[in-house]
Ligand binder design. Structure first.
Ligand code: SF4
Length: 759
């Protein structure tokens, strides 16, 4: 019944396994979307809400950051978008009675799925020092508690201000402004754990840490390479764009250790033809070994260099730097080493080269499969080398396309949520607001965890998200969090981070994207920036889940007034009353947002400038696009070990668990499963259906264990295994990060599989 959470917990993790699917979406996607929506919202609210998502006068999907097409369908959402909306617009409520019935210790024993299914938070809640239960607290008292702890710190750098990628541009801009006026750059964000490697590599090579592709470019491309990404689950409407590109003549190469249904065939629910037959997407599937992507692109670059007339000499000589050094290192690429690193065949690479050379407009799309490895930054630089060689940057239908996760993760970074802000941004902030922002770089996610572990940070404030579940090295992270004096979470729903607290803790319930945001000057819109740099408005229409909620923007403004007091000359009250005044300031501080209010009032919003795409101008240290030459790296496996990648199921969005099924992979009613290649399983003596403990081994000599996983014989690449996070984040060492970007290396964890007591 709508509004009633599932009874009983822990939810039995009893996975049933069937053959994986070979097509995504279609009628089943419609069925699942409506079933989940009805369970959470009931029929009427489902219709009202789903018909507004991603519409020009509607609200932005709180799921991923995939852009909206110019022409919007009546139902402009995917199955996982429907789940994300249903979870937020649910009729289920977590009231003070719920907290009276559950101690924090009890909540800590509950699964993430169960916590998330309890519904929307309704009241600010406070866990006093030594208390067992959260109790209701007034907003004023809550801000007093935070001010007490912040002013008691020895330095502002003992405070951490975390951001999850759902935060709107307006709230994010004010949040960073508050943190900097308070005196710190400790602004870790979820981007540190996902596309930081993309930002680092692209900023260095093309001068801007963002993709250079717009949706129209995908439709114009004649070759699209999708590497280390599973769009069918993580960016489902991307499949529509790929289907359209195919219809326009594009060919698609998929590079992934796992065959994914979404890249095999897409049954577009928007068309009868699509629903019944669907469209085959992938023309060439390269089932690469985990971490073999740099070696693959390096060899392709060698082969392009060795092919007469294949290099765009004019583009290279006019727009690039470092070509000779790069070409020398690329020509040294070794076939045998590449075949070892990739697990691919010579024939597959030859076919890839043929498709590359036949292409005049190539796009490379990627996600976590490229960004969460020790050598991710050199890997993405190699992808840029690959595109520069044939002039595939700043040409319609060509370019780099890192596909972002959270709906506004790119926008938050653009608004200044970054622990390593550019001096020019701080100068503009100082000019606009008349205070001297801190210049010393702050902590990213991994450094923030170390700082809490080492008692260098004592107050943790999170704007959204589920920090402890999203972070690596779960036991270390949770112990570090528990050392804090105060933990504060601005949230819409319950999650594990509310049960892993500092000595004192606060839960501050906030409005969701689907809800009306009424402030002093009337109804407010917020803005977001999608994965392709399109900025647009989002306006919720539903009545808030509770009269006690505050918007993210209001929370930041009231907190700032309470903490900074009369010393601050920033007009926080004015900002809270009318978000247009926030956008006026953004227009003066952040390049590309000139005339922000007028431009975002246009239906569909506007595209931010991107010099490499728009003008083939590269704002890098050399003023050119930079070729780079780094040694080829790939994970080496000791005997009897496997390389594990942590990933999402189809019933999951980041750490939000919508359900216990992963239907495209044939798994139902269970999450503690490990996908193992049948030949590897045979060699390791692991029968399908047996249970195993996953034990990660890392240079710190610490063994990290995740017990009781059901072995699923699955067509993964040889030597490569896969299992879901957050359950396997415990296996990822805190210090196992990507060079330069410090992103947790969650996609390449060396594990041994031990027979489990559960057998
Ligand atoms: S593709 Fe992403 S943004 Fe679009 S509806 Fe699905 S989850 Fe939401």
């Amino acid at each position: 019944m709508a509004g009633k959470p599932p009874q009983g917990d822990p939810v039995q993790d009893a996975p049933q396994v069937a053959a994986p699917k070979h097509a995504a979406a279609g009628l089943p996607a419609i069925g699942h979307s409506l079933r989940v929506a009805q369970q959470q919202m009931g029929v009427r609210r489902t219709a009202l809400t789903l018909l507004r998502v991603n519409q020009k006068e509607g609200f932005d999907c709180p799921g991923c950051a995939w852009p909206e097409p110019e022409h919007r369908h009546k139902a402009e959402f995917c199955e996982n978008g429907a789940k994300a909306v249903a979870e937020e617009a649910t009729l289920r409520r977590v009231t003070p009675d719920f907290f009276a019935a559950h101690t924090v210790a009890d909540l800590a024993t509950r699964s993430g799925y169960w916590l998330g299914q309890q519904g929307r938070l309704t009241h600010p809640m406070y866990l006093a020092e030594g208390a067992e239960h959260y109790a209701p607290v007034s907003w004023e008292r809550a801000f007093d508690i935070i001010a007490e702890e912040l002013t008691a710190l020895g330095s502002p750098d003992e405070a951490l201000f975390y951001t999850s990628g759902r935060t709107s541009n307006e709230a994010a801009f004010l949040y960073q402004l508050f943190a900097r006026e308070y005196g710190t750059n400790n602004l870790p964000d979820c981007s540190n754990m996902c596309h930081e490697s993309s930002g680092s590599a692209l900023s260095e090579t093309i001068g801007i840490g963002k993709g250079s592709v717009l949706l129209e470019d995908l439709y114009k491309a004649d070759l699209i390479i999708v590497a280390g990404q599973n769009p069918g689950t993580n960016h489902p409407r991307m499949l529509s764009a790929l289907e359209k590109a195919k219809a326009n003549g594009a060919r698609i190469i998929t590079v992934n250790p796992l065959p994914e249904a979404g890249m095999e065939r897409f049954k577009n629910p928007q068309t009868p033809q699509g629903m019944l037959k669907g469209a085959a997407l992938t023309d060439l599937f390269l089932q690469i070994r985990i971490g073999g992507d740099q070696a693959l692109f390096r060899l392709l670059n060698k082969l392009i260099l060795e092919t007469e007339g294949a290099v765009d000499e004019a583009f290279v000589s006019e727009h690039t730097h470092g070509y000779e050094e790069f070409a020398q290192s690329a020509r040294a690429a070794d076939w045998d080493e590449t075949l070892t690193a990739t697990g691919l065949t010579r024939a597959q690479i030859d076919e890839t080269l043929r498709m590359v050379l036949a292409s005049k407009r190539t796009i490379v799309c990627w996600a976590m499969g490229l960004t969460q490895h020790k050598h991710s930054v050199p890997t993405i630089r190699e992808v840029v080398n690959f595109l520069l060689l044939r002039g595939n940057i700043g040409r319609p239908g060509a370019g780099v396309c890192p596909v972002r996760g959270h709906s506004n993760v790119q926008g938050d970074r653009t608004m200044g949520i970054f622990e390593r802000p550019a001096p020019a941004f701080l100068d503009a902030l100082e000019r606009e607001f008349g205070f001297a922002p801190p210049r010393e770089h702050g902590y990213d996610v991994v450094r923030a965890i170390r700082a809490m572990r080492d008692d260098k940070a004592k107050v943790f404030f999170a704007m959204g998200g589920n920090f402890v579940s999203a972070s690596p090295d779960t036991e270390v992270t949770e112990a570090a969090m528990r050392r804090a004096r105060l933990t504060v979470h601005v949230s819409t729903k319950l999650n594990r981070s509310h049960a892993v607290t500092g000595a004192r803790a606060l839960i501050l319930p906030t409005l969701g994207r689907t809800e009306r945001d009424l402030q002093g000057s009337g109804e407010q819109v917020v803005t977001v920036e999608d994965s392709m740099g399109m900025v647009h408005a989002s306006r919720g229409r539903l009545e808030p889940a509770s009269e006690h909620l505050l918007s993210e923007t209001a929370i930041v403004c009231r907190l700032a007034r309470r903490v900074l007091g009369d010393e601050s000359r920033t007009p926080w009250e004015e900002f809270e009353k009318d978000y247009a005044t926030v956008r006026d300031r953004i227009a003066r501080v952040v390049p590309g947002f000139e005339d922000f209010n007028a431009r975002v009032a246009e239906p569909g919003g506007f595209a931010l400038p991107h010099a490499p795409r728009d003008e083939r101008r590269f704002p890098t240290a050399t003023g050119k696009a930079n070729f780079t030459a780094a040694p080829v790296e790939y994970p080496k496996l000791p005997e009897g070990r496997l390389l594990l990648q942590t990933l999402r199921s189809h019933d999951q969005y980041n750490t939000t668990i919508y359900g216990l099924d992963d239907r495209y992979r044939g798994i139902k009613n269970g999450r503690r499963v490990v996908l193992v290649n049948p030949e590897d399983a045979h060699e390791l003596g692991l029968a399908d259906g047996s249970y195993t403990d996953l034990v990660s081994e890392w240079q710190d000599g610490v063994e990290r264990r995740a017990p009781g996983f059901r072995v699923v014989h699955y067509p993964t690449a040889r030597g490569c295994a896969a299992a879901y996070y957050p359950e396997t984040n415990v296996l990822v060492p805190l210090d196992a990060t990507a060079d330069t970007s410090n992103t947790p290396a969650s996609k390449s964890v060396v594990v041994r599989l031990e027979q489990s007591a559960a057998n």
